[in-house]
Design a binder for this molecule. Structure first.
Ligand SMILES: *Cc1c(COP(=O)(O)O)cnc(C)c1O
Length: 322
């Protein structure tokens, strides 16, 4: 067996427990995987990916990691903390509200100040803020930043948005081992795709169905997911060959667009808080939980169901944009 280098950042395994009140209300056997409690830099799903991504960066002796995201990106926060641990500089190109030109810019407001921004400053992240534009423009800004530092003689690695590279997806193929089989459904938020891709890969060929609830209206998500699972095939030397039809993702709970809270998401956040004392965020886990609630109520999802809580608490605490 090939061993993929890994550093330790998280407190694993994260807890997994039943939600009694919501199980009763929904008529399903509902459990939750608490990756909001990964225990590193405020928690969230990115810590798992970073254990592999940082191991690679440390191995090649890089001096700076450059990434991109929204201004309230949970990934930028967790990457910044991971870089601090290994004495690597961290730079991120950010926009308030990156969007997909094909769908237009959402009219609602993204989260404002505080939240992840407060933590980014603590972790020493260099944030470069750009005017709102298409995702591809944001990616180009990150490329340019990496070039800028390379021109200064630094060894720089670009980390894709959300840590969605094969190593990030591999982390979630590994995470599935913590909860094992015996689920009828596993439901998770999906955006840059490596969480969903890793879980879909892990459960491929079993009786567990994995459903990703999309948090942005991306056209090419199926392509991204397939690219990531092909990457897991290569890393794990166990080729499962997933194709686009193997990914079940739902776009019905995106709301107004990526990074803009939705009424259904806000309602789901309240319900989870007031029945189970759980904290979901308005950009990812709240919208995905809104999806789970409706899928359970309309009978699409039944039996033994696991919701994968991906974190995001700092965004819940960010002030609304003025
Ligand atoms: C990044 C993120 C997601 C989405 O995970 P991907 O692997 O990027 O699809 C979901 N929830 C939270 C809180 C996140 O920060």
């Amino acid at each position: 067996m090939r061993v993929i280098p890994r550093v330790k950042l998280c407190c694993l395994p994260t807890p997994c427990h039943r939600l009694d009140r919501l199980s009763e209300e929904l008529g399903i056997d509902l459990w939750i995987k608490r990756d909001d409690l990964t225990g590193f830099a405020g928690g969230g799903n990115k810590g798992r990916k970073l254990e592999f991504i940082l191991a690679q960066a440390v191995e090649v002796g890089t001096e700076r990691l450059v990434t991109c995201g929204s201004r309230q990106s949970n990934f930028v926060r967790q990457l910044g903390a991971a870089c601090a641990r290994f004495n690597i500089e961290c730079t991120a190109a950010v926009m308030d509200l990156p969007y997909d030109q094909a769908y237009g810019k959402p009219t609602g407001n993204p989260p404002g100040e505080g939240g992840n921004l407060t933590l980014d400053e603590l972790f020493g992240v260099e944030l470069r803020t750009y005017p709102d534009d298409d995702w591809l423009v944001l990616f180009q800004h990150a490329k340019n930043l990496a070039q800028e530092y390379r021109a200064k003689g630094e060894h720089v690695i670009e980390v894709p948005i959300g840590g969605s590279m094969p190593l990030g997806a591999y982390a979630f193929a590994q995470a599935a081992v913590e909860v094992g089989e015996g689920w009828d459904f596993v439901v998770c938020p999906t955006s840059s795709g490596s969480t969903h891709a890793g879980l879909a890969w892990a459960y491929h060929g079993t009786s567990t169905r994995v459903i990703g609830v999309s948090c942005d209206p991306e056209e090419d998500l199926a392509d991204d997911l397939q690219r990531l699972t092909t990457g897991i095939d290569a890393l794990s030397e166990s080729s499962k060959g997933l194709t686009k039809k193997d990914f079940d993702f739902r776009r019905d709970w995106v709301g107004d667009g990526y990074n803009v809270p939705s009424p259904a998401g806000s309602e789901a956040i309240r319900l989870a808080a007031r029945t189970e004392g759980l904290l979901f965020d308005p950009v990812y886990s709240g919208k995905a939980f809104a999806g789970l609630l409706e899928l359970a109520r309309n009978g699409t999802v039944s039996g033994r169901v696991l919701f994968w809580h991906t974190g995001g608490l700092p965004t819940l605490l960010a002030s609304p944009r003025a």
